[in-house]
Design a protein around this ligand. Sequence first.
Ligand SMILES: Nc1nc2c(ncn2[C@@H]2O[C@H](COP(=O)(O)OP(=O)(O)OP(=O)(O)O)[C@@H](O)[C@H]2O)c(=O)[nH]1
Length: 417
Amino acid sequence: MIGWPQGPGQPGWRHRLGAEPQAWALWIDDSSRGARTLRPESPARIIGTPAAAGTACRIRPGRRGVQTNSGRSGRAPAPHGFDRLPQRTYVFRLLGMGLGALCIAAVLRENGASPLVWSLCAFTGLVWPHLALLVARSSASPYRAELRNLLLDSAQTGFWVAMMQFNLLPSVLLFTLVTVDKISTGIPRLWLWSLPVFAAGLLLGGLATGFAVRPDTSTTVMLVALPMLLIHSIAVSLASNRMVQQIRQKNRLLDELSRTDSLTGLHVRRHWQALADRALHLRQTEGIPATLLLLDIDHFKAANDRHGHAVGDDVLRAVAEAIRAGLRESDDAGRYGGDEFGIVLHATPPGDARLVAEAIRREIRRIGVAEMGDSRITASIGMAPAHGGHDSLEQWIEEADAALYRAKRGGRDRIES
Ligand SMILES: Nc1nc2c(ncn2[C@@H]2O[C@H](COP(=O)(O)OP(=O)(O)OP(=O)(O)O)[C@@H](O)[C@H]2O)c(=O)[nH]1
């Protein structure tokens, strides 16, 4: 028996899932609510359909699908990004095999084929795409079933190349398209695995025809082959284009997430520092004034200890909101550390900066947190205008930090520069 992880923070919770089929999963919700996502810092993700609330499962590849400790079974997971592989492939198979079968039929007509060969051709063009989808959908592991289907595509193509007696144009076209299909799935090396399978199909077809070779392509066959080339190529390009757009969109989202502090919605320290660095550079090269504020909540540890971490988080969110309220669109605020915030006031001389800092300080005093009763939240602010003597961002921040220290020493709830 296995020691099942029981919840977030328990051993096993952060195990990586998805790409590796031999992974541990923990279903943390019931099917009415769907699987909750894991905490952002975790590289793991929940996959598949939740079997039961709080049910831990070992994902096993193979026909039996997912084994759970409650003895139920579900679907084996696909690697990340391949959940809809059978559906995606279906459209291309329908097009490729359908148009390919037309091409094959044109050659078979010229070569004269038996009813059995004609019915095999009809199977490839009309039945196989639907059958493949059906098989994949009803399989315990649709992803693996689809991999088999893709290889069977190659086997059939090899078979038909031999059955067409190596008629040059359709043979080359069919081989190219079936290989492009493999490459466009994005599954590493799939097209390479498909080569021996293609060769096996070729061998089978060759044995059936006695390896007859008639490479000449008639104009009729050429005309029938062209739509296959045209339509299939455009369809693959459109799908690739759609994928590129989706990746771009996800990259933008990831970029945004990596720059934003999840608790306060302000910039994370690294991104804020980059913005502050740019402001200092503008001051040194173009003389555009900028002022830096470092703000630290007063006695935050005591508030945290007295009212709990969750209330502490509420305070951090409320302070971030107060900072946002006091700033202009052009200013940049970030979470510098636990209860410390950094603010860059762009194109702002010291006099104006003090007014902004004062407005923020007052706004923070107005914050009311129900759990804290009458206790007021206050903050101390250190202010440092950029000047020619600052050789680096570190120096600028140190100056603001020293001012913040003076504000704390001076009794807190004040601004020092
Ligand atoms: N709730 C919560 N607390 C945090 C977070 N990050 C840091 N802290 C706490 O913030 C507190 C920071 O306290 P300090 O800045 O050292 O001290 P302080 O009590 O604010 O005192 P002064 O700064 O001298 O006024 C520590 O207790 C940290 O545990 C967080 O994300 N959420």
